[in-house]
Design a protein around this ligand. Structure first.
Ligand code: ADP
Length: 461
């Protein structure tokens, strides 16, 4: 990367419909914030353009103020400015009420809303005389940036910009993604294995020459067991055993679980088919059978799935109330306590572009138990089977994994994990310490993004 450091700072603008912690639904929101912070820390200028949702928690926005307004497409668009996690964010608020819907996603006209947002964002950049080097857009929701820019804006003042498009999940909006893939200068997805898994997809296949897999990182300041107001005792790898024991007791206390030293399996997820619902249910029963405790924090956008889990929760809370708790909601503070208090974090996804929960788990010294797919395959190395594969990455094995999408697979990994916990606490504790010391931050991936940005800038139009 020697060439990279000699180059002058770049101006990078993310256009996104999610941003943690103020407008986060899933990993996309985390990535926009944490990648931007890492790139900004390397000395580059990063701005984020976000819709101003009525449902946003503005208490996490510093220096919030009115910036300007402009008329476009028959409405006034107010632009607000504020700092989020140290990043400059411009919030677009069309006065036609497009983002006064009480939610981020879930309106009948999401495509229209986000298309309007993308167009308004380019209009804002043009009118404010900005000279971005990179316009970085994400998933189907800001994919329109790629073709709107190429069709309408590159000849009008934004000519030096290049477009980078990141696919966080190919499952949604394939049509928009295909269109963005055709127009973007560079495209990425969020792990190397996922990039291979989707390479045959007709919306990707024609564009492989500009398509790269770069694994996500996590922000070590946002996820930091040494500095986390949601856990009872600060810890590092030096006092991981004490730190996690205290967190486990606090978690048991808070959720009304029996306060005893049992292996505790945590699951933190959107409850969708992608996340392996049948495997999650099976793993809950298997853990209870092995005399472990289970805490699930999950919310289901599909009311049918939410209902299924409400029923399961009622059943479990009456049959195993001292050892199982299902919290069927979205709760960021509780997620921190679970990452810290669990021994294992289970991620049995059917497919997983990158996955952040296994990375956050490791930062808190919890051992990931995962299905071998996408980014889970690239970041979790089985203690029994993946020593060589880990060492090729300069790492020691850090978890348990399984193949297949049936219950025998999840049993195979979970049984070995729980047995290891019961049979060798010293070994298990040293594994916790070791995973905490692995670097899953943006240090490496942000350099890969910078290299990609520079390569995009060198391209002709
Ligand atoms: P996806 O983007 O597919 O949802 P990721 O693993 O990439 O999956 O990101 C999930 C992020 O959302 C993590 O930061 C995780 O902690 C968080 N998360 C998921 N479900 C919940 C929940 N119910 N409550 C709090 N945080 C959650």
């Amino acid at each position: 990367f020697g060439g990279v450091s000699r180059e002058p700072p770049m101006n990078i603008v993310h256009i996104s419909v999610e941003m943690a912690p103020i407008a986060k639904v899933g990993g996309l929101g985390d990535v926009v914030t944490s990648l931007s912070r890492a790139v900004q820390d390397m000395g580059h200028n990063v701005d984020v353009i976000l819709p101003k949702y009525d449902c946003m928690n503005l208490s996490n926005v510093k220096e919030f103020k009115f910036h300007q307004s402009y008329f476009w497409s028959g409405t006034e668009i107010k632009v607000w400015f504020g700092k989020v996690e140290g990043l400059s964010v411009y919030f677009l608020e069309p006065q036609n009420g497009m983002f006064w819907a009480g939610c981020i996603y879930g309106c009948r006209n999401d495509g229209e809303r986000f298309g309007f947002f993308c167009h308004a964002a380019l209009e804002f950049l043009l009118r404010s005389g900005a000279h971005p080097d990179i316009l970085h857009c994400h998933d189907w929701s800001s994919a329109p940036i790629a073709w709107l820019f190429k069709d309408h804006y590159r000849l009008h003042g934004l000519s030096k910009a290049r477009v980078v498009f990141t696919i966080h999940n190919l499952e949604f909006g394939a049509h928009q993604i295909g269109k963005a893939m055709a127009y973007t200068d560079k495209a990425t997805t969020v792990s190397s294995t996922y990039s291979k898994e989707v390479s045959g997809n007709p919306v990707i296949a024609p564009h492989l020459y500009k398509f790269h897999g770069i694994v996500n990182g996590i922000d070590p300041d946002i996820w930091d067991p040494y500095n986390d107001k949601f856990i009872p005792l600060s810890y590092t790898s030096d006092n991981v055993v004490e730190g996690k024991r205290t967190a486990k007791e606090a978690l048991q206390q808070r959720l009304g679980l029996q306060k005893s030293d049992l292996p505790l399996v945590g699951i933190i997820t959107r409850l969708t088919v992608q996340k392996g619902i049948h495997l999650i249910k099976h793993a809950i029963w298997r853990t209870l059978e092995r005399n472990g405790q289970v805490v699930l924090l999950g919310s289901a956008p599909d009311p049918r799935i939410q209902n299924e889990f409400v029923n399961l929760a009622n059943q479990l809370h009456s049959s195993h109330g001292d050892r199982a708790r299902l919290c069927l909601t979205y709760d960021e503070p509780l997620s921190h306590l679970i990452y810290a208090g669990a021994d294992f974090i289970l991620v049995p996804s059917i497919f997983e572009p990158c996955g952040l929960t296994q990375l956050i788990a490791m930062r808190y010294g919890s051992i990931p138990v995962v299905r071998k797919t996408g980014g889970l395959y690239d970041t979790v190395f089985d203690v029994d089977h993946d020593k060589d594969r880990a060492q090729a990455q300069g790492l020691e094995p850090n978890g348990f994994n399984f193949d297949g999408a049936d219950t025998a697979g999840v049993d195979y990994a979970l049984n070995r994990a729980i047995t290891a916990w019961y049979d060798g606490r010293d070994w298990f504790n040293s594994l916790c310490k070791q995973v905490m010391e692995q670097d899953w931050s943006w240090n490496r991936p942000a350099l890969d993004y910078m290299e990609l940005y520079y390569a995009a800038r060198k391209l002709g139009q």
